[in-house]
Design a binder for this molecule. Sequence first.
Ligand code: FES
Length: 386
Amino acid sequence: MPRVDFVLQGKAAVVPAGTSLLEAAALAGMAVEGNCGGKGTCGKCRVKLAGNGNGGPIAAEMKHLSAQELAEGWVLACRRSAFSDTAVEVRLQKDASGRKAALKRDKSGPAPSPGVSKIPVALPRPGTADQTPDLERLLVRLPGRNLRAGLPVLAGLPRTLREAGFAVTAVLAGDKLIAVEPGDTAGRIFGLAFDIGTTTIMGSLIDLRSGAVLAVEAASNPQAVYGADVISRITHASGNAAGLAQLQKKVTGALNKIIQTLLEQAGVNKDEVYEATVVGNTTMSHLFLGIDPTYLAPAPFVPAFRRPVEAEAALLGLEMHPGGRVLVLPNIAGYVGSDTVGVILATRLDKRAGACLAVDIGTNGELVLAAGGRLLACSTAAGPAF
Ligand code: FES
């Protein structure tokens, strides 16, 4: 299989013969701009073939590249494929993620109301007069009658209890026992908040006891290699057998990189992160959850779901506590997503006096008008306007 070297970045990918250079860049972890999703119509995916000649320009390149660029050897990465080892020069665009991460935050948000709680307990040790099984010994001392424990918790329970001298902390998510930790760890309970934008992903690490934001990180959405806008992403997800899985893997990979940075910045272990709340436009929510977005694109623009979705972190491949809870907030409609719900919650739009307009200018732009006890929302493709 040919190897594609991205010489300026020191990155490489070994790919099946015939793979486009745009796809090879994505496999090498490089976000080359590809606004049209590889159709050869946007002219954004410019790269330079280092070394050997490129066989002369093709029609799409003559249309989108200047005479000077053509003379210098620039080509369109989505129109060129690797059949042998290839060296490529890419000049990556600076993105807005750094600026977004540095934005000042309103600290007057709501007090945290985590869906996960920690309860330290000291259990009596078993003996010949008390042969109660370990799980029952623990559950009877926790609030709630119908608590459930997953197999991973149960598997480690006997050893954890004995090594901790039967002094442990139970971690509960609703009626589910998601972890049993040695000693009293009630002081450490962390959560993540993600806003998955079409272009940029923002992540925050939050102390769920105080609500303090401990670290913030942003990254470009690597799905951009399949197109800059939601329609291109939906087309990729529905038009290729592996398309949906590719898009989901891209966004999960980006979230995990953000998580790693946040944890390092704050000195927190991934197993201490028990909850993640995720918002995004309706297409991003579908792609993050691996749900087919096909029918969002054509009229009547029907999403697969609107209500909130909850899943275990391990199921979504997020690098936090595997039994942790991931909550995707509800969407409003096909093109007004849970990120707008986040705007309404964060600004308390529904509680403000008089008429008030919230404007979220992103690749997709949303507006919400609050007046007379009603909220009206709509959206438009804002990115191209700028
Ligand atoms: Fe290559 Fe648009 S021209 S991605």
